[in-house]
Design a protein around this ligand. Structure first.
Ligand SMILES: *[C@@H]1O[C@H](CO)[C@@H](O)[C@H](O)[C@H]1NC(C)=O
Ligand SMILES: *[C@@H]1O[C@H](CO)[C@@H](O)[C@H](O)[C@H]1NC(C)=O
Length: 211
């Protein structure tokens, strides 16, 4: 009897440990220092290391570019983010601009509309589509790893959003680029999309030439 209770306690303990380590692995790994300085970093560390000025030019210019543009501040552009499990991006949409379906394999995305309005949507693993029309000041969360998009449906006004990520390097997998601009064989794509090779080649050609 006592041994059976002990066994239950042991089992519960093991399951708790497994669950905890699973949760820990669901985000960027923990670091064993306050912050990570690249080994080849030559200048002494001061406040500048923790500062990113790459968004200044966006704030200085109130006109969005003619095509959708994402300006990122990940650990690639902003070295101090390495190990901190956070990053950001500024998403600029011209009137009618779209951020095509894509996923971020390593993080959820918390989007905050700071100018205009936008249509957003994501598809879960049961192929259910969730959509919303966001107004200025609204936030929307795209769950980690799920295919999603944003679209500025307004024909006259531009729109801008700021997105936060729970990874220093969330990664972006663009559905159109991944499928049609990486050299996957035309026949494989034609069969997969239940269409002909000419249609696949047409899509590949427009992706290669149009922004
Ligand atoms: C350090 O090394 C990385 C990768 O090798 C390189 O991209 C970066 O420019 C280097 N930085 C400096 C300050 O030398
Ligand atoms: C502002 O950005 C727009 C769109 O990219 C560009 O056409 C324009 O030249 C920029 N204006 C200034 C002052 O840099």
């Amino acid at each position: 009897m006592a041994s059976s209770i002990l066994f239950k306690h042991a089992l519960f303990f093991i399951l708790s440990v497994l669950a905890t380590s699973y949760i820990a692995q669901a985000s960027d790994p923990n670091i064993l220092a306050d912050f990570i300085v690249p080994t080849n970093f030559s200048t002494p560390i001061d406040g500048n290391f923790f500062t990113f000025t790459g968004m200044r030019r966006l704030v200085a210019n109130s006109t969005n570019p003619p095509n959708f543009k994402a300006t990122k501040a990940t650990m690639v552009e902003f070295l101090a983010l390495n190990g901190q499990s956070v990053s950001m991006a500024v998403l600029q949409f011209p009137a009618g601009g779209v951020n095509p379906p894509h996923t971020h394999p390593r993080s959820a995305e918390l989007l905050f509309v700071v100018e205009g309005s936008m249509e957003v949507g994501f598809v879960d693993t049961a192929n259910k589509l969730y959509t919303q029309t966001l107004q200025l000041g609204d936030m929307f969360v795209f769950p980690k790893g799920l295919v999603h998009y944003q679209f500025n449906a307004d024909a006259k006004k531009q729109a801008t959003a700021i997105s936060a990520f729970g990874s220093a390097n969330a990664g972006t997998v663009s559905a159109p680029v991944t499928l049609f601009a990486t050299g996957i064989d035309d026949e494989i794509l034609a069969k997969s999309f239940k269409t002909d090779i000419a249609t696949i080649q047409k899509i590949k050609a427009s992706l290669a030439t149009k922004p």
